[in-house]
Design a protein. Structure first.
Length: 435
């Protein structure tokens, strides 16, 4: 069974030794691979072959990885179910009638189905953690600036990071060890004013080694607002996972972040605004299908975009263009930026009381294929627990926390910037207690 997890199967390997030798890796199809088409799940890029490798691909090759395919995704990362792909929906290996989550649904499904050992996805507002939770695997969204975005086709560049997906916390950490670090092709990878690589937070971290560290001295804050919106089945699994953490000495406290009620609105205004600008390059000249030459640039541009983009992508370009237009910018975009700053400040205050924060990754278990597509608003609300993390540039991990009615539930742990080692240690503890 392939579950339609891959858009293109590949057999790319450059070296047989290195820390990832023998590991089969699946790559989300918005990460550029030289010589192998990179479609972003869009008809617009159906036959686009990048001339260069993303930095993460270079690192994987050097580490001895075997790249087995480019995975299915919501078109340009816009969605949470992998149903907006121009290449058809991916099925959830746990239950084929259900979505695998998204937008990195193909990557999570490939790992869950055993078609790949590890995978890379990208997370703009939850797209690594959401499919990890829905497919019962582990997914990590790194701190903004820890992993190079060079070669990642941009959807909303101020929010997104490439992140690892694996069967276990240790596999995810091993992949993070390879991809984290400064990159001169991406100025947002963090290093100090003197461009000293030694100061990059990923430089001296040892993520895989951190997985076995004890979590028992930690204080974990439960974000009240993000538990209230979850279904009873999800809440039961989430509470049970917290109880096991408590049983090994973790201190569990309640926290409240009042800004979070505005997070989904702020996220969608910012994400759509950035998307409307980033996707302007798909004009039929530099990218896109051939068109009949009309002699009128506006007509040709409109025709290519009408045929090349799906409905959700068009909706977001229109809304994003509106939010940035003269006369409305202050009302929407500027307000959303204020809300973003407020969310970040609320998180900072919460981290004065707790080392890490916890929520259910998704408020629901995976919906049936076809169930949620005609109600975009309902889909956007499904992101309530994941988008605050991207607004505040924080790292977060989703780790399996049992099943409700046979369907996986994910526990999300959120940490301060560059606290990936602590997050991985705590996630490793959750994993070992549930096995
Ligand atoms: N579901 C969210 C969106 O559609 C997140 C997507 C993502 O992280 N790429 O924007």
């Amino acid at each position: 069974m392939s579950y339609n997890a891959f858009i293109t199967e590949t057999d790319i390997r450059e070296s047989d030794d290195g820390p990832l030798a023998g590991q089969r890796v699946a790559i989300k199809d918005n990460i550029s691979t030289a010589g192998t088409r990179t479609t972003c799940g869009s008809a617009m890029l159906e036959s686009y072959v990048p001339p260069y490798d993303a930095t993460v691909i270079k690192r994987l090759k050097q580490a001895g990885a075997h790249i087995v395919g480019k995975t299915n995704m919501d078109e340009f990362g816009m969605g949470g179910t992998t149903e907006t792909s121009a290449f058809g929906a991916t099925k959830n290996p746990v239950d084929e009638t259900r979505v695998p989550g998204g937008s990195s649904g193909g990557s999570a499904a490939a790992v869950a189905a055993g078609k790949a050992d590890i995978a890379l996805g990208s997370d703009t507002g939850g797209s690594v953690r959401n499919p990890a939770a829905f497919c019962g695997v582990v997914g990590l969204k790194p701190t903004y600036g820890l992993v190079s975005r060079y070669g990642l086709v941009a959807y909303a560049n101020s929010l997104e990071q490439i992140g690892p997906i694996g069967q276990s916390v240790s596999d995810v950490a091993a992949l993070l060890d390879i991809v984290a670090g400064v990159d001169h092709n991406d100025a947002t990878t963090r290093y100090d004013a003197h461009h000293d690589e030694a100061t990059h937070p990923g430089k001296n971290a040892e993520y895989q080694a951190a997985v076995g560290n004890s979590a028992s001295s930690l204080t974990i804050g439960v974000i009240r607002e993000l538990v209230e919106g979850a279904t009873t089945g999800v809440t039961e699994q989430f509470s049970a996972a917290l109880e096991t953490l408590r049983s090994v000495g973790v201190d569990i406290v309640d926290v409240s972040l009042s800004s979070l009620e505005h997070a989904v609105q702020a996220y969608y205004v910012i994400a759509m605004s950035e998307a409307s600008s980033n996707l302007a390059r798909f004009d039929g000249v530099r990218y896109g299908p051939e068109t009949a030459e009309t002699g009128n640039w506006n007509e040709t541009f409109a025709d290519v975009r009408e045929r090349g983009f799906g409905e959700e992508v068009k909706r977001r370009i229109l809304l994003g263009t509106f939010a940035l237009s003269a006369g409305y910018q202050d009302k929407y975009y500027t307000k959303a930026q204020d809300a973003r700053a407020w969310v970040a400040q609320d998180f900072n205050e919460a981290f004065e009381r707790a080392d890490l924060l916890a929520t259910p990754t998704m408020p629901v278990t995976p919906p049936q294929i076809g169930e949620s597509l005609d109600n975009p608003l309902q889909l956007y609300l499904m992101d309530a627990n994941t988008v605050p993390v991207n607004l505040a540039d924080l790292p977060a991990i989703s780790v399996p926390a049992g099943k409700h009615d046979g369907l996986p539930v994910g526990l999300q742990l959120i940490g301060p910037q560059f606290s990936e080692e602590t997050l991985l240690a705590a996630a490793g503890t959750v994993e070992s207690l549930s096995n």
